[in-house]
Design a protein around this ligand. Structure first.
Ligand code: NAG
Ligand code: NAG
Ligand code: NAG
Ligand code: NAG
Ligand code: NAG
Ligand code: NAG
Ligand code: NAG
Length: 420
């Protein structure tokens, strides 16, 4: 299937109607509450106060189905109905899901959104096997870095693996700006690090910020990097926080010198700071870095249903056929691609935007919370103001991103196996 994309308006689109801004703060607000209970120095305790034991590595048995054709573009394909194998877990079976994403429990009446499987056109994705993933992660830290979209992917991966770990052998700790899931018998952790712009910003520590007031330090990353350095696998993502206005306040050099930058320019400067950090801190022999492409939004129903004037609310089926929303800025997409290509270290770009574009049905919509509380009946009856068409229900689309992440880790693991 050859995709012909509709002509695209490349202007920066504001991805947050003002009412929505609070959804993006929410995750941070939660981290702040957690901060009262714990603090940063505990991270060291978790990992470094005791020397890490060497664990015996068990070979991961790779079946024929685990092998993916190297040339296969897994990002090109279609969603197929599969209510036999999907979802891969349920809201009830995963105790780590936050209220923000448990759409069904929050009152969503339809459930079809959970039953779609991503089918690449030219090959098959390996079936997700939690034990194999844990074996690959034995003795390692996998860290997701980014905003609340990335937190959804973190939670999805935790839910995908946690069912095979008995109670008492797993834990989830909140140590702002991090969340850390540990699989004790594997000495493995899956972690999340809040950094909505990747580089430092006034939105990092959360007590007192809104999306409306942002200030990014385009050349500062060292503080975040201290924790990132220690991870074995890093998965980065940053997009939606940039996209509130066509310009953004930022500093470069002196903190006193605040300027309004064009968002594309500012994003590129931040990404170059990140690229330099990667090149001087990552050891490609022992560490692996991935970058997620932008997660699409479905804020304007006229894009897939001409003449309408709503959003993702009430959508129950994926979009069929070619579709690309104007919220996914192709100029930024290309720039990210360029920066990654120029890196001396291989960073795998997981281009999940197109496959997620089809899923107008999979956002949390009005079946979510706002400032820590489920939407009220009144708010629900006003989806134009309150529907969240940025975040995704779980189980849902982020599970597919993780199946693709798993597929890559699996192929990579295979490539690093000693020759027989
Ligand atoms: C942080 O935690 C450490 C160890 O648990 C404790 O000694 C220290 O006083 C705590 N600091 C703050 C600011 O709470
Ligand atoms: C699965 O989907 C098929 C086709 O829509 C339907 O006939 C069947 O009842 C569904 N099974 C379950 C368990 O929901
Ligand atoms: C938020 O920040 C402002 C100024 O930076 C400060 O005056 C105020 O006390 C802070 N509020 C909270 C709840 O920390
Ligand atoms: C940048 O900061 C100035 C001063 O606080 C403010 O007036 C302006 O609206 C901000 N610009 C953006 C794009 O947020
Ligand atoms: C921002 O910069 C990019 C690249 O230099 C340019 O193509 C775009 O038109 C600029 N956008 C605005 C709103 O000025
Ligand atoms: C949502 O869908 C239901 C059932 O199809 C329909 O009755 C209702 O009018 C729809 N609401 C909106 C705002 O489109
Ligand atoms: C990601 O995929 C989209 C759609 O398939 C494509 O247009 C875009 O160029 C890709 N981005 C990069 C950086 O390869």
């Amino acid at each position: 299937m050859i995709m012909t994309l509709p002509s695209i308006d490349r202007r920066i689109q504001s991805l947050f109607p003002v009412a929505l801004a609070s959804f993006l703060i929410l995750g941070t607000a939660q981290l702040v509450l957690d901060a009262m209970k714990s603090n940063h120095s505990q991270i060291q305790q978790l990992f470094y106060s005791v020397g890490r034991e060497e664990h015996r590595r068990l070979p991961v048995v790779l079946s024929k189905e685990d092998r993916m054709d190297e040339g296969c573009n897994v990002f090109e394909g279609q969603w197929v109905w599969d209510n036999k194998s999907y979802p891969l877990y349920t809201e009830e079976s995963c105790p780590y899901l936050v209220k923000q994403v448990t759409c069904q429990r929050n009152g969503r009446p339809d459930s079809l959104y959970k039953n779609w499987r991503w089918q690449p056109r030219a090959c098959k994705l390996p079936r997700f096997n939690p034990k194999k993933l844990l074996e690959i992660l034995r003795g390692k830290r996998l860290m997701f870095v980014g905003d609340s979209i990335q937190r959804g992917q973190f939670e999805s991966l935790v839910c995908l693996v946690q069912s095979v770990i008995p109670d008492g052998k797993k834990s989830l700790e909140r140590i702002p700006p991090m969340k850390i899931f540990k699989a004790k018998e594997y000495d493995a952790s899956i972690e999340y690090y809040w950094a909505p712009f990747i580089t430092e910003s006034i939105s990092d520590h959360a007590t007192n910020h809104t999306v409306l007031k942002r200030l990014v330090k385009l050349d500062s990353i060292a503080k975040h990097g201290e924790e990132w350095k220690k991870a074995d696998i890093l998965v980065f993502e940053s997009y939606v926080w940039w996209m509130y206005k066509p310009t953004i306040n930022a500093t470069y050099g002196s903190n006193a010198n605040v300027k309004e930058y064009n968002v594309t320019t500012a994003y590129r400067m931040a990404l170059e700071t990140w690229a330099n950090w990667i090149e001087s801190n990552i050891n490609p022999q022992t560490q692996k870095v991935l970058f997620m492409s932008m997660s699409p939004t479905h804020l304007w129903s006229w894009e897939w249903k001409p003449g309408s004037d709503e959003n993702c609310f009430n959508e129950t089926k994926p979009i069929q056929g070619p579709y690309w929303g104007t919220g996914s800025n192709l100029e930024i997409m290309k720039m990210v691609g360029d920066v990654l290509r120029d890196l001396k270290i291989d960073v795998k770009f997981l281009n999940i935007t197109q496959l997620s574009e089809f899923r107008k049905d999979a956002h949390t919509s009005v079946f979510t919370e706002r400032k820590g509380k489920l939407l009220t009946k009144e708010q629900r009856s006003d989806p134009k103001t309150y529907a969240d068409c940025i975040h995704w229900c779980l189980p849902g689309v982020p599970d597919t991103w993780n199946e693709i992440l798993y597929a890559y880790l699996l192929q990579d693991y295979r490539n690093f196996l000693p020759p027989q």
